[in-house]
Design a protein around this ligand. Structure first.
Ligand SMILES: NC(=O)c1ccc[n+]([C@@H]2O[C@H](COP(=O)([O-])OP(=O)(O)OC[C@H]3O[C@@H](n4cnc5c(N)ncnc54)[C@H](OP(=O)(O)O)[C@@H]3O)[C@@H](O)[C@H]2O)c1
Length: 241
């Protein structure tokens, strides 16, 4: 069973709301070292925390991280970008590219780059932070990138199982961080989320549905699309209106 005790953890987006909790919770569970990576690393008051520069959209930056952190046993793909408007038709081209590169290609290339490192260890883990929006397409390109990452995580889990790399996908609705500062909807405390995720990892689970929103949206995928998106009910083509 994967354990954080003695693990060497790399967290992307470690300065962020969820990332910071991954750093501290991993250490509390006995991790020997945590690479706290960020585009602009901060200083940390703990010698077990190693700040490391990593822009997940930059292949050279990923390669440098692999060279600097060849002892990693747990890769946490946490860094993420969001969108200012909800629709694919209303995003800027730049927003679309940034979301695809940060939320999808970044974790994908990181997993590929660290796969040999992780495969060489007796016990290793990849944790990909998806979203409840993987299963609910109301956030435009953000939803699309989180759906794509969910699929890539599922592929990597199959491909890496024989290498002893345990791959975990995480789904959650709003979490109380800067990314969700604009909404007054109920939010999960990031400390609670990270505890749930690391408990699941240490229990050998493959998928974390961290809140009721995620549970309901996954279940709703088996129903008709009009039930998941009530706005579609009663609408039809322009010619019939
Ligand atoms: N908050 C929510 O409601 C919610 C819900 C479901 C899933 N999530 C997911 O949870 C993850 C963490 O988000 P959060 O809530 O903790 O938000 P956050 O506080 O805004 O943190 C996001 C972090 O990602 C980093 N980042 C963005 N682009 C990056 C890049 N190119 N390279 C490296 N780091 C980059 C940011 O770094 P900078 O400081 O350099 O900008 C920031 O530290 C994301 O994947 C997000 O999609 C969040």
């Amino acid at each position: 069973m994967p354990s954080l005790n003695g693990a060497v953890v790399l967290v992307t987006g470690a300065n962020g709301g969820i990332g910071t909790h991954f750093v501290h919770d991993a250490l509390a569970r006995g991790a020997s070292k945590v690479y706290a990576t960020a585009r602009t690393p901060r200083t940390w008051e703990d010698e077990r925390i190693v700040p490391l520069t990593l822009d997940v959209t930059d292949v050279a930056s990923i390669e440098a991280a692999v060279s600097a952190a060849g002892d990693v046993t747990v890769l946490i793909n946490n860094a993420g970008a969001s969108v200012a408007s909800p629709g694919i038709l209303t995003h800027t081209n730049e927003e679309i590219r940034t979301n695809v590169e940060t939320n999808f290609l970044g974790p994908l290339f990181l997993a590929r780059a660290f796969a040999p490192v992780l495969s060489a260890k007796d016990e290793s883990v990849i944790i990909d932070i998806h979203s409840a929006m993987s299963w609910y397409a109301v956030a435009g390109i953000y939803s699309a990138t989180k759906a794509a990452l969910w699929s890539a995580t599922n592929s990597l889990r199959l491909e890496l199982a024989s290498e002893g790399v345990h791959v975990v996908g995480v789904h959650v609705g709003w979490v109380d961080t800067a990314m969700a500062a604009h909404t007054t909807d109920p939010k999960t405390d990031p400390a609670d989320l990270v505890r749930t995720v690391l408990d699941a990892v240490e229990a050998g689970e493959y998928e974390v549905l961290a809140d009721e929103t995620s549970v309901q949206l996954k279940a709703a995928l088996s129903g008709p699309v009009e039930a998941l998106y009530p706005a579609l009910q009663g609408t039809n083509s322009k010619s019939q209106s």
